[in-house]
Ligand binder design. Structure first.
Ligand code: ACO
Length: 330
């Protein structure tokens, strides 16, 4: 087998709904304030999709941009991996809807549920498909319509989440040393009760009771999640760097999951990276779960903060609990 890097991230494309909801908009319907939200999270606004914009449609827009940027046709895709916790339907997968929208007839298409690190988990799967010779070109998507699973009567979660999609073409590495240098993924299912949607699945199918109890919406023990996220993201940074044989001072940009500015600052501090080397855009989009890292990556590319040869460290944490990291040489 060829040595690593097997695969590279050839492009990133994104899509967000046009509708901007500010903290002030939320404070008109919830007992909260712009000041509280900015001080505790760093979030200023988020995008909320309307009923006419599905996760598959957001994914299609992001994917078409990623395909165009990589100069790849949808008919060249061997696989489509969509990471989402807010699929359009429970069956079939959003990836299959996306395949039909793109006309990617050759591709195998499937979803993975890994919450906020979903893009990193999907990248890991894509790299594995390329490394094992099962595909040359894989589309990785992180896409969410979290507004449909957020309880807008619960101020502790309603302020956090937003909608959006990001996509990347992952293909065989085009040059020595260029591409995914390492990935690290991990989970601890014992901690699932701290962040979950208790109702609406097969354990407690949708019913009048579920709707009355509002148990089809996300529930989160914020403080516990916060503490676990800080520890896990610190460990994940160390692990991805160790596996890549890269030291922190060789990292050009840290692109962390955009959940909370305080978590991001703690992660950067642990990794020994100044905030000038950290991509932050949660002020514009809030926490978009699996879309968060590609949304941040795309902005970093557009701003010229990532260019050919840049060493980029990705890290994320979310429901499951799940966490993961990756080092990429662009
Ligand atoms: N506005 C005003 N006050 C609020 C709000 C709000 N929106 N929400 C909570 N409060 C109050 C609480 O009621 C509490 O009041 P009390 O002291 O009188 O009891 C006080 O503010 C402090 O509440 P905490 O929950 O302790 O606030 P904290 O500083 O922990 O911030 C937050 C809460 C922002 C949710 C934080 O815990 C957090 O970011 N957690 C991690 C979330 C995360 O990273 N999730 C990642 C995974 S998401 C996924 O996988 C989809």
């Amino acid at each position: 087998m060829m040595p690593r890097p097997f695969a590279e991230v050839a492009s990133v494309g994104v899509a967000v709904p046009p509708n901007v909801v500010t903290n002030d908009d939320l404070s008109r319907v919830l007992d909260t304030s712009d000041q509280w939200i900015v001080e505790r999270t760093g979030i200023r606004e988020r995008r909320i999709a309307g009923p006419e914009q599905s996760v598959a449609m957001l994914s299609q827009e992001a994917s078409q941009r990623a395909l165009a940027a990589a100069g790849v046709g949808a008919d060249e895709l061997d696989a489509i991996v969509v990471a989402t916790v807010s699929p359009d339907r429970l069956m079939p997968s959003t990836a299959c809807d996306l395949q039909a929208l793109l006309g990617a007839e050759r591709a195998a298409a499937f979803d993975i549920g890994a919450a906020c690190p979903g893009y990193i988990f999907a990248l890991t799967v894509a790299e594995g498909l390329v490394a094992s010779g099962q595909g040359e070109t894989v589309l990785v998507v992180g896409a969410e319509k979290l507004s449909t699973i957020t309880d807008f009567q619960d101020r502790s979660t309603a302020i956090l989440f937003g909608d959006g999609a990001g996509a990347s073409v992952v293909r065989r590495s085009s040059g020595p040393g260029r591409g995914i240098l390492s990935t690290f993924i991990k989970s601890d299912g014992r901690l699932a009760p701290l962040l979950l949607r208790p109702g609406g699945g097969s354990a407690d199918p949708i019913s009048e009771k579920v709707v009355c109890e509002r148990s089809h919406y996300m529930k989160m023990a914020g403080r516990e999640v916060f503490k676990a996220a800080v520890l896990a993201m610190a460990d994940a940074c160390d692990e991805a760097l160790r596996r890549a044989g890269v030291t922190a001072d060789q990292v050009d940009l840290l692109v962390p999951h955009q959940a909370n500015l305080r978590i991001i600052e703690a992660t950067a501090k642990h990794a020994g990276l100044p905030m000038s080397k950290v991509m932050v855009n949660l002020d514009r989009y809030g926490n978009t779960s699996s879309a968060s890292i590609p949304l941040a990556l795309e902005q970093a590319l557009a701003e010229g903060r990532i260019g050919p040869g840049s060493v980029v460290l990705l890290v994320a944490f979310g429901a499951g609990f799940t966490w993961g990291s990756a080092v990429i040489r662009w």
